[in-house]
Design a protein around this ligand. Structure first.
Ligand SMILES: *[C@@H]1O[C@H](CO)[C@@H](O)[C@H](O)[C@H]1NC(C)=O
Ligand SMILES: *[C@@H]1O[C@H](CO)[C@@H](O)[C@H](O)[C@H]1NC(C)=O
Ligand SMILES: *[C@@H]1O[C@H](CO)[C@@H](O)[C@H](O)[C@H]1NC(C)=O
Ligand SMILES: [Zn+2]
Length: 445
């Protein structure tokens, strides 16, 4: 049980989560000044911004992707919140749903990151301490700490979302330097029914940004040029006010159609209408971009209306009743865009397959499966937020200046235990040596 004093220390999280609003178009064709020659920019490593599906596919051959993301700290409360929408669902191939968690580390409970990753979800970077205009160490430190305390291979952390969606040209350049695959902080803010829509399929920045051009200095008109680095736009929903009524993150917290209070029926209506516009058009993805803390039923002090939870599930039920609708992580979406396969052949796509770890039930091993990790977790009793890790507590709280403080002796034992046992699941790339170590079972205690 977490003491109440600790819980009240978590409340700042709510303030952090109030981000991601837009009030109107963030792009115009003139501001974009974008040009790209598709004959010189070809998949899988180059892709021009386009509203048409990749690979020249006809929309009828294109899966309708619903990207599901969450931002901020990973805690039991936030995973409970996501689970109430996804845990009971399957994609058309029968596999459980995977999603992307843009993780910031203040208040994160590292064991749960390991578990979430091993269950097949994507762990991505949202800076260490949730800063809007991040220096490099906020971005890179996130990778190092997630690797050290949650065992996430650095190579698996491919994506970034800026806190407050407040990215800059420098942020994009830093991500490129740090060898990220993609950013997903920009907004597609003009409806697909408008001839000037900026709802581009994900594209590479070989020719600069093509959307979100009205507000961010040093982007668009050919800048910044980052060959092979992807931008995955966040696609807005639109209420009856069309381009003047956009809804981006947590649309269920917004009022719709200019009303003065939240109306779940009105939210459902415009979410369905925007989905249908995409589905009947060029099938650009849509996204549920969530701050799960707002829809947590287990976080003390937060009250969310049951009707809101039910509405979100009703939307997903309704979407899934239609043909060729897939709920995916950003990484899964991007993999399909790089290798566009017609819907009839999706069964062959590896990234959409189920993840079924083969682990001896009785093995004692840090592998992200609670049964196997029983007895191996350390409780790191830091006063701001006590967390758990299977890799040993750090001597002090990780910070951007020191993202990987020494871990206790037990962890040294764990992290150095190299084995070729078939129970191995997690590969940890230790950043000092850049050698891949395979974690295995320590001797039972
Ligand atoms: C932290 O993780 C531990 C171990 O999985 C779990 O027992 C605990 O409930 C979690 N607490 C929070 C607040 O996430
Ligand atoms: C957003 O970025 C700008 C430009 O770097 C910065 O001045 C501002 O403080 C940032 N806002 C937030 C909320 O971090
Ligand atoms: C809520 O939205 C629905 C659907 O648009 C509408 O029929 C209903 O009148 C709205 N309720 C209120 C109280 O405005
Ligand atoms: Zn955030």
């Amino acid at each position: 049980m977490v003491p109440y004093a600790v819980l009240s220390a978590l409340l700042p999280l709510l303030a952090l989560a109030q981000d991601g609003g837009i009030t109107g178009p963030t792009t115009s064709p003139d501001a974009a000044g974008y040009s790209c020659d598709p004959s010189r920019c070809q998949l899988p490593n180059c892709h021009c911004a386009s509203t048409s599906p990749p690979g020249g596919l006809d929309p009828s051959e294109v899966p309708m992707f619903v990207v599901f993301t969450a931002d901020d700290a990973i805690q039991s409360y936030t995973l409970d919140a996501v689970n109430q929408f996804l845990a009971h669902r399957r994609n058309p191939n029968g596999c459980p749903i995977k999603m992307t968690y843009y993780t910031s580390l203040t208040y994160t409970n590292y064991t749960l990151v390991t578990d979430w990753y091993v269950a097949g979800n994507e762990i991505a970077d949202h800076t260490m301490t949730h800063v809007g205009s991040p220096p490099a160490d906020e971005i890179n430190g996130n990778l190092i700490t997630l690797n050290a305390l949650a065992g996430i291979p650095m190579s698996a952390i491919k994506g970034f979302r800026a806190p407050y969606l407040n990215y800059t040209a420098d942020t994009l350049k830093q991500l490129y330097e740090s060898e990220f695959t993609y950013d997903s902080s920009s907004t597609a803010s003009v409806p697909v029914t408008d001839p000037n829509t900026d709802a581009y399929w994900p594209y590479t920045l070989d020719n600069g940004m093509a959307n979100n051009c009205l507000t961010i200095p040093g982007t668009c008109k050919g800048e910044p040029k980052l060959p092979g680095f992807w931008e995955v736009p966040m696609y807005a929903f639109f209420d009856r006010n069309g381009a003047a009524g956009p809804h981006l993150m947590d649309p269920w917290l917004d009022t719709a159609n200019g009303a003065s209070s939240v109306n779940d029926s009105a939210t459902l209506e415009y979410m369905q209408n925007t989905f249908t516009d995409h589905y009947r058009g060029n099938r650009q993805p849509i996204g549920l971009y969530t701050h799960p803390i707002h829809v947590s039923r287990t976080y003390p002090g937060v009250t969310v209306r049951a009707s809101t939870i039910n509405m979100i599930n009703a939307f997903l039920d309704w979407a899934q009743e239609q043909q060729n609708v897939w709920i995916v992580s950003t990484e899964q979406l991007l993999d399909w865009v790089q290798h566009p396969i017609p819907v009839s052949q999706l069964d062959s796509v590896a990234s959409l397959k189920c993840t079924t770890p083969q682990v001896d039930e009785n093995a004692q091993i840090c592998n992200g499966i609670p049964r196997n990790e029983a007895g191996l977790l350390s409780h790191c009793a830091f006063s701001d937020f006590p967390f758990y890790t299977c890799y040993g507590c750090p001597s002090e709280h990780p910070t951007p200046a020191n993202p990987n403080p020494p871990q206790d002796s037990e962890s040294t034992l764990l992290a150095s235990a190299v084995s070729t046992s078939p129970t191995i699941l997690l590969a940890v790339k230790l950043e000092e040596t850049d050698v891949t170590y395979l974690l295995s079972s320590p001797s039972p205690r």
